[in-house]
Every structure is written in C-alpha cells, then in structure tokens.
Design a protein around this ligand. Structure first.
Ligand code: XBP
Ligand code: MG
Length: 252
C-alpha cells in the first residue's frame, strides 16, 4: 500500500448530523414558502434518503410518495426553484450555528492538517451548504483547509456512483491507494468502494442498520479521548477514538 497522502470526507451525516434537523427542516420550510402542503416527517425522510441530491430527492418523492400532485409545466424548473429556496433556508440555519460537528471531527481534521496530510470534501450536497457548515461549525477559514471541494452537480451521476470520488482524486493527482474515505451511509460506501477507496464509516440514526460490507471500520462516531466510540464492525486496534494513528493503521 502506498503511503497515506489524503483524507477524503463526506459531509452530510459524516462531518455533522445534518439530515434530520437540517436538510429535512429546510426542505419543509421551502415547501411552506411555496404554499405546498408537503410535510416530510422524520420517518418519510428516512425513506427519501434512498436517493442522494436534493433535486433528485424531490423528484423521487413526487414519483413514489405524492403521485396525485398536479405537476406544473416545466417540472425541472419548478424543482430547481424549490431547491434554491431550500438551500437558502439551510444555509441560514447553519449560519445560526444550530448544527454542530460530530464528535472528534474537529480534532481529527486539525491533527491531519498539522501532520501535513491533504484534505478534500467529497459530497453530494450543494457547494454553498459545504461552505456554510465548514465556516460556521469548523473555522471561519476552514474552506481553505481543503484542497478540493467536490460537491453537488460537479459530476452528473451522484453517489452511489463513484464518479465524485474519482473526480476529486483526478483533481489532486492521487491514486486510491494514497487516500482514505470517511462516510456514513450505504450510498456513500458504495461510491467510495466503487472508487477503490479504503473507507471508515461512522453511522447515524438514519444509517445505523445499513449494510457496510467492505468497510475498514464501522463506529458509532469518531469519539474523543474522554468519550470513546463503540466499534460496530472491524478492528479498532485497541484505540478508543479515531485519531491519525488509527486511520493510518486502517489504511494499511
Ligand atoms: C447528502 C445528500 C444530500 C443532502 C441534500 O450527501 O444526500 O442530498 O441531503 O443536499 P452526502 P442538496 O452525504 O454525500 O454529503 O439539497 O444540496 O442536494
Ligand atoms: Mg453522507
């Protein structure tokens, strides 16, 4: 195995628990603003997470859960308009600091930075959402810590397709053997494994029971020295939180 050169981070669910209390609420606010009576409950949203990408998720909802809705002419534009309103709502929520980073995220990113590792974000979400989260929850300058922000519609085929990881590694001129990926979901690991990346999973409420075959390690969260993680799958080499030493061991 080549030496570890870069850490590639998923965002939603991995760096922060954004889906239930962030994206879902922002979608509902955008629907209300447009005078739609759509209400995405926590349960329904769990089903809608089968599809990544906000615009794609709205279409999936109409196709499978709201078939009686009278579609306007120009459905693509209608969905794009709703999604733009949702992004505005979501970034406003993040600017109020309501979504914190998950345990250990700031610690590991700072440790990796100090060690000179290269960092990238590889996500399905809209670039403005990444910026809002990094600047408000990590550090005002955090966007500059990441060499590449691979996000949103940069590639047409979103996760679970591997394309966004492949694109990020191309930008960085790195091979999969030089990188490791951090994900939280089945769609995420399908994408990272599809790009031949060793992958560490931290589950959340929506993804806990998903299939993570092929993961190097599955934990409930990355943990802090005084607040250990629980190992759900794999070998944590006697560590009780995810630090760079463990990441390097898992990378092999
Ligand atoms: C998360 C997603 C995204 C967000 C919504 O992907 O599936 O669709 O829920 O974001 P990842 P947008 O875990 O890869 O970050 O509405 O901006 O598409
Ligand atoms: Mg995710």
């Amino acid at each position: 195995m080549a030496e570890l050169a870069a850490l590639l981070f998923d965002v939603d669910g991995t760096l922060a628990d954004t889906e239930r209390d962030g994206h879902r609420v922002a979608f509902n606010r955008a629907f209300a603003e447009a005078n739609l009576d759509w209400d995405w409950s926590e349960d329904l949203y769990g089903k809608l997470l089968a599809v990544t990408g906000g615009k794609e998720r709205i279409r999936y909802y109409l196709d499978n859960f709201n078939m009686e809705f009278q579609r306007p002419e120009g459905l693509d534009d209608f969905i794009a308009g709703l999604h733009a309103a949702k992004t505005r709502q979501y970034t406003e929520m993040l600017s109020q600091g309501i979504i914190p980073l998950r345990p250990g995220v700031k610690r590991l990113i700072e440790e990796a930075r100090s060690a000179g590792l290269r960092l990238a974000v590889v996500t399905t979400t809209t670039p403005a959402n990444v910026q809002a989260l990094l600047e408000h929850a990590l550090h005002p300058e955090a966007m500059s810590w990441f060499e590449v922000i691979a996000a949103g519609d940069i590639v047409p085929a979103k996760k679970p397709a591997p394309d966004i990881y492949v694109w990020a590694m191309e930008q960085m001129n790195l091979s999969p053997e030089q990188c490791i990926a951090f994900e939280d979901s089945h769609n995420g690991i399908r994408s990272s494994l599809g790009a031949d990346l060793t992958t560490i999973i931290s589950v959340n409420g929506y993804t806990r029971d998903e299939n993570f075959d092929g993961a190097a390690l599955v934990v409930d969260h990355w943990g802090e020295p005084g607040s250990p993680f629980t190992v759900l799958q794999g070998n944590a080499h006697d560590a009780n939180c995810l630090d760079l030493a463990l990441v390097k061991k898992l990378h092999g």
